[in-house]
Design a protein around this ligand. Structure first.
Ligand code: URA
Length: 266
């Protein structure tokens, strides 16, 4: 009783409520982290056997057959870093062009950089990024084998939704990246990515779970596009069913690529 009185005396009630809320948030984050490790990583035996993704250095080396692609991705990245077409070009700390294997067979496209990505200029490295990394690992792959990018290359302040004119301004950069890499499969993470890439107004729940087509241009064969839930949505709605839905979408992607599907351990 004495102790409780002392705490209430020292901290006004609303401060105690905020502290309790922060503790609850922290507990939720810790619980999610542990579950994430076991659902998307620990519970799956990682793929062994044939290495179907060629290891490709991301730096251009003279004489290498991929050097042209690396250079063209570097040129796009440079243009992105100096782009000021939107207001968010002035509020960003760093532009985030996206990164990964220039010859990736699989490309993940998210919505827009968050605070961590803005600080470091690298896509998907915050909490949602860590979950995406676990998903990629559960697929038996590494971040270096795939390409990871976004619809917007600059962080919208406060992580608000992308505006239509921002998507229009930024779209040519992603389009060029897609045409350069020509992945066999694109995974659209969340509604903004899926709707932009498919030019659709449907909800992500209606789009996910089946392959659509993404047309690069008239003279190139289309890529298959799998919309799925955004990792940030998964973190906010961390149910077993939602994680299972994402995992089922990723199984379809692996099967389409002809890659083995890691089995749940036990
Ligand atoms: N969310 C995204 O959509 N992209 C990132 O790079 C990080 C979080």
């Amino acid at each position: 009783m004495g102790e409780a009185f002392f705490i209430v005396f020292l901290f006004p009630i609303h401060t105690i409520a905020v502290m309790a809320e922060q503790q609850a948030d922290l507990n939720k984050v810790l619980k999610q982290h542990l579950e994430m490790e076991s659902f998307f990583a620990g519970d799956f035996a990682v793929r062994g056997g044939g290495q179907l993704f060629a290891e490709v250095p991301t730096e251009a080396e003279p004489g290498q057959e991929n050097s042209e692609m690396v250079q063209s991705l570097e040129t796009i990245a440079k243009t992105v870093r100096s782009c000021r077409k939107c207001e968010i070009g002035s509020t960003r700390t760093n532009a985030v062009p996206g990164q990964g294997n220039p010859k990736a067979r699989l490309m993940f496209v998210g919505e827009a950089p968050g605070a961590d990505e803005d600080k470091q200029g690298v896509a998907f490295i915050g909490r949602a990024g860590k979950l995406l990394t676990e998903i990629i690992k559960a697929m038996g792959l590494t971040r270096e084998e795939v390409f990871i990018g976004n619809i917007l290359k600059c962080r919208p302040p406060g992580n608000r939704d992308p505006k239509l004119d921002e998507i229009d301004n930024c779209w040519p950069y992603l389009k060029q990246q897609l045409e350069t890499i020509q992945p066999e499969i694109i995974v659209a993470l969340g509604a903004h990515a899926a709707r932009t890439l498919l030019d659709s107004k449907l909800a992500i729940g209606k789009l996910r779970g089946r392959f659509h087509e993404y047309k690069f241009s008239d003279d190139l064969p289309p890529a298959k596009l799998m919309p799925t839930y955004h990792p940030a949505y998964l973190l906010r709605n961390y149910s077993y069913d939602n994680r299972k839905r994402v995992w089922e979408d990723m199984i379809k992607v692996l099967e389409e690529l002809g890659l083995p599907v890691p089995k749940k351990k036990g």
